[in-house]
Design a binder for this molecule. Sequence first.
Ligand code: AMP
Length: 334
Amino acid sequence: MTSSSLPPSPIPLLTSVASYRQWRQRAFDERKSVGFVPTMGALHDGHLSLVQKSLAENELTVLSIFVNPAQFAPHEDLATYPRTLPGDLELLTAQQVTVGEAVRKASAVFLPSVQDMYPSGISQDVSAQRGAFIEMKGYGHQMEGASRPNFFRGVATVVTKLFNAVQPTNAYFGQKDIQQALLLRKLCKDLLFPHPEADHVHIVPTSRDPNDGLALSSRNAYLSANERKFAPALYKALQYAESAWSNGESKDRCISRALAIISEVKAQAVVDGVDVRLDYIEMNDSETFDVLDASSNNQSVAGDIPMILSGALWVGKTRLIDNIVVGDLNRIII
Ligand code: AMP
């Protein structure tokens, strides 16, 4: 994006890695902590909850907006992904947190170009790609990775680039994308990242619609009013599975209960002319990401380790994801 096409903003907009680096150097010189919230834009209250946490915990906060081509498969929605920069800047400008005497607001918005982020170019067709890419072996093929085979390669690659550019003290990710957040912690640990260190990658709880629990997502904007009515089905199904799990039922039984909810909603949706289709609901170990055995239950799995109950649901042409961490999110070890 060129500076002349940018909307007016009281927060400095840094559109190149070079201009960002100058800004970052000043923060290093002044020994100020920098919190970082990477996003693809189309900001909503979920993103803003990450910003609030960063403002509270850091002297400076940087938010990036970059729609990353490498994490979209050729058949996915890169071209139509919502791009709402003027509205995003308005929302971000309104955010503030008071810490002691100081009122903290976002310090900079990083808006790199595709050319800056992918100097060797970027094709969505993996077989045609050239240059450096990051693969998290063993952690990218379960849950979301089972349905989107190159997704986490694209995410790990872009976040590596963003971390190299932004050099944050702390980084903030949403539980909404739990596998992504955990995988990125492992990335920082495995590659010995100094900025941020793995234990400075923070996970913020999922923000939901207060009325029906639907996880906030930029992709919710794709839903028609009719489709929106059926979108909370996934969270409801996950809640049923969670409650069965806490009652000591086997994993298979918990998943069956969730599937029964989806079938009910699907039948109602057909009557309204809405196509509801489950991609997956699964329960996985939060450390290894392995699928839990069918017969396991809350007595048989190691006491303290949280489990990830997650799923993806198509409502019309929109793919929605959600998860519940069964157990204490803070006990997840990487
Ligand atoms: P995105 O713009 O979708 O790539 O998301 C940017 C960051 O915001 C990621 O760390 C997401 O996990 C997080 N995020 C997205 N939706 C929510 C939500 N409903 N609650 C909390 N964090 C979220």
